[in-house]
Ligand binder design. Sequence first.
Ligand code: COA
Length: 361
Amino acid sequence: MANGLDDVVAAETVLSDVDGVGGHLTIRGHSLMELAGRRRYAQVVRLLFDGFFDDLPSDAELEKAIGKARVEVFDRVQPMLAQLAPLDIYSGMRAGMAVLPDGDSLADALRLIAAPAVLTPALLQLGRGETPVVPDEKADHAGDMLRMLSGTASPALAKALDSYLVTVCDHGLNASTFATRVVASTQAGLTSAILAGLGALKGPLHGGAPGPVIEMLDAIEASGDATAWLRKEIAHGERIMGFGHRVYRVRDPRADALKTVVRQLGSRSETGSRLALAETVEQAALEVLRIAKPQRSIQTNVEFYTALLLEAVGFPKEAFSNVFAAGRVAGWIAHAREQQATGRLIRPQSRYVGPVPDLVA
Ligand code: COA
């Protein structure tokens, strides 16, 4: 039995499909390329939520409702921010989200959408000894997140962040989405289900990889020889962060979507030189991995260019997984609602391989 449940189909979904051989991602009937950079995050939230909430308003009204939810979440968590600030930024965000009401309504869902976008900048600001910036309910979601982070949000950076949030909004039955669906299948509320997803996303084999990608780029830049650095890592049994995927045997389409966004930002000299370094490292890593693991097709995954994009828009590497959660939370909620609607508890079997008790005559 495969411990990683490889190739096991554990849910039917209308939300997204990952074609690991063709290298395509479909989200509710749209290819990723139709959505990333073309639809705003709030529109994609609506796309994912369609059919899972009775009272879903229009795109414009939903964007406003998400803005109101940011203000509501800020008011709710503000009194506890000082206690959360000493925690690492991911744990602080998770603890802040844990106090949200555990219901199943659209209002509950929108608070969960808003929460990572509010808590992450607020905790970063407190960590820098500054006062958190209050959300602006009229601003767009990504723009407001950047404004809360640094006081301003250029339209170009806001658009780049928005494209990122859309790109990572949903991705089949990945580990965090599966964890979310397991909890949702018990008919626990949305907050409980999303907390399960948050726990799974944190690990470096899933959403925790982009921070280490930055560390790798910095170390390679300092060493001056990408191939030698990467060979040494492989020789020590280390994994190269930002490469490999359980489902994709070809290049992750999200890597290209994000690289395009980074290239558009590349006229800023810092991002341009970072992109040039990343491209050199990527080519070297693909070659080193091809030689070291010839039996496996290990290609660039979403996390490699995530790291560059989030660095370019101004997030510190410790907060990259938080921003991933800010995008993926939409998919988690839709999957939780889809699972709840089946009414079926997820409860697989395990095979006992431990010692058996002595039979007493
Ligand atoms: N660097 C080096 N070796 C890698 C690798 C990587 N990034 N990804 C996979 N491998 C190797 C494994 O060491 C293993 O080699 P072996 O057969 O000699 O032991 C082989 O490829 C198969 O690995 P396995 O863990 O079975 O593959 P998987 O499909 O379960 O792995 C990941 C998927 C994502 C867990 C894995 O590719 C990885 O750890 N990547 C780095 C972390 C990362 O970028 N995570 C974000 C994912 S979006």
